[in-house]
Design a protein around this ligand. Sequence first.
Ligand code: A3P
Length: 318
Amino acid sequence: MVSSTAALLLGAVLLVAQLQPVPSRPAAAAAPGAEPGQPELSRRAATVQGDGRDGAPPNGSAQQLPQTIIIGVRKGGTRALLEMLSLHPDVAAAENEVHFFDWEEHYSQGLGWYRGQMPFSSPQQLTVEKTPAYFTSPKVPERVHSMNPGIRLLLILRDPSERVLSDYTQVFYNHVQKRKPYPSIEEFLVRDGRLNVGYKALNRSLYHVHLHNWLRFFPLRRIHIVDGDRLIRDPFPEIQKVERFLKLSPQINASNFYFNKTKGFYCLRDSGRDRCLHESKGRAHPRVDPRLLSKLHEYFHEPNKKFFELVGRTFDWH
Ligand code: A3P
């Protein structure tokens, strides 16, 4: 009892000490009652076939293997992308992260199991799932290719340094929820007075390394890269590009998005219903010493250049 109270107190102290709002970005307001880590906007996936009454899927609908997958990157804005895409009537999105291609206990159950995780959809709908861990898992590209070499892949990326801070923040909060202490970000970023390049979150932001694995199996034209920083600032144009890439009719409108000042992010408006993403999306990041931050930016300079060359496009990253 005493130790759990102490852990809770420690978590709260750490939280206050570290997680001050990043000056360039407004802090998010908490959405009471929402479950951390749970999808907050998706439709409920149907689990039985039926005639459309009592919540059962309507006749003619079936579970289909995804024709498109959001492969990552972790903390890139994958949930926002999935929810925004789900505004389209011809998109059926899997509610949870499926982890089929990266988790052996799922992959070993075969494509039948994978299909069973998908929502019921009508024949004209595209099925989409998102599992951000796919992007950085070396065995996944070959597995996706063997399922469907013609699949369309969506990859949402954001400034690699910002992604590192977001990654840290997510793990930090996971610990706080479990009432466990968690070291400060400096303790991960610095080793022996230098940038700790062994920190896993840094590796996940080496986009050119991971994309290279995918390009061994898929041509670049099969991978649409969504600019996650732009999706935050102005989602509609980014979503229009996704509609075009997926050859969907243009049905999502600017009026489906509105800026919520309290959350500091765009929220969604669908059939008169306003919905923001879960409070775990759009959290304040820890304040990092500016000298350490510039070391981080410096570290990503070359990898970013390599990435830009690989995709023939530049991004507005530090
Ligand atoms: P932060 O919480 O660090 O700001 P993912 O869904 O892949 O875990 O990505 C989470 C990130 O999505 C958030 O990271 C946030 O910046 C970003 N995001 C993009 N659009 C958003 C939106 N409309 N509402 C909330 N978060 C959004």
